[in-house]
Design a protein around this ligand. Structure first.
Ligand SMILES: NC(=O)c1ccc[n+]([C@@H]2O[C@H](COP(=O)([O-])OP(=O)(O)OC[C@H]3O[C@@H](n4cnc5c(N)ncnc54)[C@H](OP(=O)(O)O)[C@@H]3O)[C@@H](O)[C@H]2O)c1
Length: 403
């Protein structure tokens, strides 16, 4: 029987690749390792044309866009193109939360940024399993998300390639050996500026930052990769998903992006997951776990790759990674503050209001100001304080940008 899925953020990099995975799986014979999917929910921000064509192709029943005007446009287009179909078209954040709370077997959350938090909670509240691409959700409110998932008996499957790798490594012994885990080794391509001097980093343009050497992704995560904030977010994401402290997570720069991450056990054994960089693989793993279905992804031939290399991250040139470790160690709502500040800084950089090297400076200033404001006690009292801290950080950065 087909599984019912919602793809939130279906027009983005992860969303379109997820629909490609579903297209391929639905084209093959159905079996436990190759379930078929009924796509019930599709959502986007403003890309209404692509959402319309996805809705027509997959026969989705619930759609959501950012604005009311786009929702009206979609409704009119659907009436013309598929007059016999009943489709609910929602809009805005409330619409997104409603769409996420539909009756689904699995909700794939591929919305970018903090906007992903409320729909993730709504999907869990509704009892749907969650394939989670949106890392900002776990950074800002990971404890609340994981607690609610546990309470509701909902499974969270990581889509991020590194966390999918860790998830697979941790389960490779047949059952979970988390207590015997010594280190999680998160790999990182190093981004396009891995070898650049600090002086050269001051002159980075938006075009430079959007040219990632190994992965093709949305703009926000691509900039995060260039500053190494993406790896910082992933350290906190790993803490929440795998219930470990920051001291148990190490970052290795691995420019070829072939080893997607590793785990080391207390007997010294290291287990790694390898493959060519292709997000369709972790997406499919999240959708088929514990089975392994066929995938057309190009096969890894290590003799063609030749050499895999590793380096330590340059924390002096890329302070965002250090800031994330500080936020993780301090705990409470500081990760939410860092995440909110980072989101505003990235969009300010993309729109020419902030230089590349000013991103970590501004985030650091925001974190310091917040710590001062709360008397060095960034206590997390649940979701309300997370939203407050996120809002505080955004307001602070906006006011600094306006000076
Ligand atoms: N891309 C990757 O390879 C990758 C890998 C690992 C993890 N992730 C994580 O996955 C998430 C998505 O990344 P992405 O690269 O796929 O991003 P993306 O290409 O920018 O796509 C984001 C999706 O969210 C929608 N969206 C944006 N703002 C919205 C809003 N205010 N309300 C509702 N929907 C909104 C976009 O709609 P429009 O198209 O209409 O703007 C799009 O469908 C991020 O959290 C990222 O960190 C991505």
């Amino acid at each position: 029987m087909a599984r019912i899925i919602g793809v939130l953020g279906s027009t983005g990099s992860i969303g379109t690749q997820a629909l490609q995975v579903i297209r391929e799986m639905n084209g093959r014979e159905e079996n436990p390792a190759n379930p078929h999917f009924d796509v019930k929910v599709l959502t986007c921000g403003h890309n209404r044309e692509l959402l319309l064509s996805q809705a027509l192709e997959f026969g989705a029943e619930i759609l959501c866009v950012e604005s009311e005007a786009d929702a009206d446009w979609l409704t009119a287009q659907l009436k013309l193109a598929a007059p016999d179909r009943e489709v609910t078209v929602l809009w805005g954040e409330e619409g997104l939360v409603h769409a996420a709370g539909a009756d689904l077997d699995v909700a794939l959350i591929a919305v970018v940024g903090m906007r992903g938090l409320r729909p993730t909670l709504a999907a869990i509240e509704a009892g749907s399993d969650v394939a989670l691409a949106n890392k900002e959700t776990l950074v800002a409110a990971g404890e609340a998300v994981m607690d609610l998932a546990r309470e509701r008996g909902v499974k969270i499957f990581p889509v991020d390639s590194e966390h999918s790798a860790i998830f697979q490594c941790l389960r490779s012994t047949g059952f979970d050996r988390r207590k015997e885990l010594e280190k999680i080794i998160l790999t990182c391509s190093g981004g396009p500026f891995r070898t650049w001097s600090k002086e050269a980093l001051d002159k980075v343009t938006v075009a430079d930052a959007l040219a990632h050497p190994t992965w093709k992704m949305g703009n926000k995560i691509t900039v995060d990769c260039a500053t190494l904030m993406n790896k910082g977010l992933e350290v906190i994401e790993a803490m929440r998903l795998f219930h470990v402290g920051p001291d148990k997570i190490e970052v290795n720069i691995h420019p070829q992006s072939i080893i997607h991450s590793m785990v080391r056990y207390r007997d010294g054994c290291v287990i790694a997951q390898l493959g060519l960089p292709d997000m369709k693989v972790p997406i499919q793993v999240a959708l088929t776990y514990p089975y392994r279905g066929f995938s057309e992804t190009p096969r890894l031939d290590l003799t063609e790759i030749g050499a895999l290399t590793f380096e330590k991250p340059r924390l002096d040139a890329f302070p965002c990674l250090g800031l994330a470790y500080s936020a993780a160690k301090e705990g409470g709502v500081l990760p939410a503050v860092m995440n909110g500040a980072n989101e505003v800084c990235v969009y300010a950089f993309l729109t020419g209001r902030l230089g590349f090297s000013q991103i970590p400076e501004m985030i650091s200033r925001t974190m310091d100001a917040f710590l001062k404001e709360c008397g060095n006690k960034p206590v997390d009292r649940g979701l309300e304080t997370v939203y407050e801290a996120d809002g505080w950080a955004r307001t602070y950065v906006h006011s600094e940008l306006d000076v």
